[in-house]
Structure formats: C-alpha cells, structure tokens
Design a protein around this ligand. Structure first.
Ligand code: FES
Ligand code: FES
Length: 210
C-alpha cells in the first residue's frame, strides 16, 4: 500500500514528466519557426494560351489560375474560392474544362489553354457568350467567365456521350436537356442565382427551345 509521501512523490513525478514532455514537444515547434524557408524552385513552362505561345519561368507552386491572372494578365478567369468549390476559375485545357485554381501551371507544359478571352471578343462573341447576353445569364458577372467556359465544355461532353450523375441510361447518349445541363453545371456556383437563365442560354446554343 503506498503511503501519503509516496503519493506526493508520484504526483511530483507526474508533474515533472509532464513538464519534460511539454518541453520536448515545444523544441521542434520552435526550431521549425526559426528554420529558413526553402528557396522557391523556378521552372520554365511553355503554354499555348488562346492560340498564342507563352513562355514563363514560374515558382513551381504557381497555380494555372495565378499564371494566367498574375503573370499573363488574363484576368477574365476569376478567383472565387481558390480551392475548387466555386468554378469561377474554370478554363479549357486541351478542350476539357478544369478548375485552374486546383492545378499547377508547370503541370501543363505544352498544353492548349483557352480562357474566356480566347473564346470570343467584343464584336465576335462565341455563340455561348452571345446567348448569355441574350438570356441575361448573369447579374454581377463574377462567375460568368467560368460559367461560359464550363457551358461550352458541357455541351461538348453531352455530344461526345460522356455520362453524368443524372444520366438515366449510361449505355445511351445523354439528352441535351435541362436536367443534364443543371447537373453538369453544378460545380459552377452563381451567388446571384442566374441559374435558370444560364440553362436557357445553353439550351439556345444546343439548338433547343429555351
Ligand atoms: Fe477555383 Fe473557386 S476559384 S473553384
Ligand atoms: Fe453574380 Fe453569378 S452573376 S455570381
């Protein structure tokens, strides 16, 4: 049976052990704070952006979105969330839509990148851009470049027979209908709620009745 003194020793021992443990965990944290950060690694990357060859030397941590906006000054693609949740940064890479905030620029050596600036321009709009104007597919416009790039790719995906979660029979081509369009556009968030007008614009371009 331990006596009162033994208990006291034990309590003191526990306190000493706890303090030592705290000190041990604090040491690496302090070292990490004081350690110099590694120098950025710079690499050359060549992209074909909107039909133009663009050569850059980038910190390997640069996202494709930042390469477009900060280095090439193509700020049509928007940074809404910067972590893949809003779709405002959607661009086409080799014809496929991606969230440019979720991919590093150096991963796209030689790729063909199309941004909203490359789809059309004032006086020569892409049919999807013209349809967004015609159907009021936007209000503030912040999400619109991503919505339009995504919408162009969505119609292409449906035409190629790529199924979606809304496709009832994946052995058959998906219909070009509002259900498919809404499902496929669900990664593009519009804070202004222009969703039904966006589907109208897409339906118009697809050749249906809005
Ligand atoms: Fe890329 Fe939101 S900024 S998904
Ligand atoms: Fe404003 Fe979509 S038009 S967020």
């Amino acid at each position: 049976m331990p006596g009162p003194g033994d208990l006291e020793v034990s309590r003191r021992g526990v306190l000493v052990a706890g303090a030592a443990s705290a000190a041990l965990t604090a040491v690496p944290a302090a070292s990490a704070q004081g350690a110099p950060l590694p120098a950025p690694t710079m690499l050359p990357v060549t992209l074909e952006v909107n039909g133009q060859r663009r050569e850059l030397t980038l910190d390997t941590r640069t996202t494709l979105l930042d390469a477009l906006r900060e280095h090439l000054k193509l700020n049509g693609s928007k940074k809404g969330c910067d972590h893949g949740q809003c779709g405002a940064c959607t661009v086409l890479v080799n014809g496929t839509r991606i969230n440019s905030c979720l991919t590093l620029a150096v991963m796209h050596q030689g790729d063909k990148v199309t941004t909203i600036e490359g789809l059309g321009r004032p006086g020569a709009l892409h049919p999807m851009q013209a349809a967004f104007v015609k159907h009021d597919g936007y209000q503030c416009g912040y999400c619109t470049p991503g919505q339009i790039c995504s919408a162009v790719a969505v119609l292409d995906e449906i035409r190629k027979g790529v199924p979606s979660h809304a496709t009832a029979d994946i052995t058959r081509r998906s219909p070009l209908d509002a259900t498919e369009m809404r499902e496929r556009m669900s990664g593009n968030i519009c804070r202004c709620g222009a969703y039904s007008n966006i589907v109208d614009a897409m339906t118009d371009v697809a050749g249906g009745r809005a």
